[in-house]
Design a binder for this molecule. Structure first.
Ligand code: KIV
Length: 292
């Protein structure tokens, strides 16, 4: 038997800069966390994408800190070797710095997260610094930030124009200087991600940001093909689990209807004597159809 995989920590992720690429997925429950851990995934992000992926919402703005704690705690209970990052939802770090620190601490204390993620650039520096000052590792997230869907006017690739690209580069540097241990780059041209990756001393983790990042992240339901909705251009489906589940459940329904489930091996029995006592007479033929 090989050694159990080592628990991944935020400093260990920071130390991976320029080294072996970092594999991150989202997950929102204990069985998924256990699967991610068994697959050797480095980081589980309990993303606010739980709103779309699990709860049927159209955007991530629908979830609050209590919902994020509920899902983060489920992931943490699986004790994955992966680093567990809890996503700070919209409005949990926008009102005041002290509220942001309190909400980050709830994801750690009540949710069992080992780091938190939040969206935004230089505008979030006071919050980022305060959370780091409370000894909580912070993962940043810039580019296409889904919590800004209304401000951005939709889910649009960011940083295509040079002026916007320069702002993203400057945001990334400021966040790195503030002490975040990694930065998610979402929905940005590969060249912008390449420049940021070269310019900052912490790992970049891309989603729709090309191959030059230090790692990649995909949403659970996308990477496993678990939904029948839209798959973005950057997604690679590594399985078609939705179709496999539909096939399995169709077979189950057919077996129930044609009475081949449950079979003998899937059935509990009484002794014949007990059955006889139950019917208060000689054992009857209990084969189907029953004779009484
Ligand atoms: O919530 C989420 O799934 C995310 C990833 C897309 C990075 O923030």
């Amino acid at each position: 038997m090989g050694d159990a995989p080592k628990k991944v920590t935020a400093p260990a992720i920071a130390a991976r800069k320029g080294g072996e690429r970092i594999a991150m997925v989202t997950a929102y429950d204990a069985p998924s966390a256990s699967i991610a851990s068994a697959a050797g995934i480095d980081i589980i992000l309990v993303g606010d994408s739980v709103a779309n992926a699990m709860l049927g919402h159209d955007h991530t703005l629908a979830v609050d800190v209590d919902i994020m704690i509920h899902h983060t705690a489920a992931v943490a209970r699986a004790k994955p070797h992966c680093l567990v990052v809890g996503d700070l939802p919209w409005m949990s770090y926008h009102i005041s710095v002290s509220e942001a620190v309190r909400n980050a601490s709830r994801l750690i204390r009540e949710g069992g997260a080992e780091a938190v993620k939040l969206e935004g650039g230089a505008n979030r520096l006071p919050v980022v610094e305060a959370i780091i000052n409370a000894e909580i590792p912070v993962m940043a997230h810039i580019g296409l930030t889904p919590q800004s869907v209304h401000a951005m006017g939709g889910y649009k690739v960011q940083g295509r124009a040079v002026v916007d690209a320069k702002e993203l580069i400057s945001d990334a540097k400021a966040l790195a200087d503030a002490g975040v241990f990694s930065i998610v780059l979402e929905g940005v041209p590969d060249t912008v991600a390449q420049v940021i990756t070269k310019e900052v001393g912490i790992p970049t983790i891309g989603i729709g940001a090309g191959v030059h990042c230090d790692g990649q992240v995909l949403v659970w339901h996308d990477v496993l093909g678990l939904h029948d909705g839209h798959y973005a251009k950057f997604v690679r489906k590594y399985a078609d689990l939705r179709q496999q589940a539909v096939d399995a459940l169709s077979q189950y329904a057919a077996d129930v209807r044609n009475e081949t489930f449950p079979g003998e091996d899937e059935t509990y029995h009484m002794t014949d004597e007990a059955a006889a006592a139950l019917f208060e007479e000689e054992p009857r033929d209990l084969s189907w159809p029953l004779s009484w």
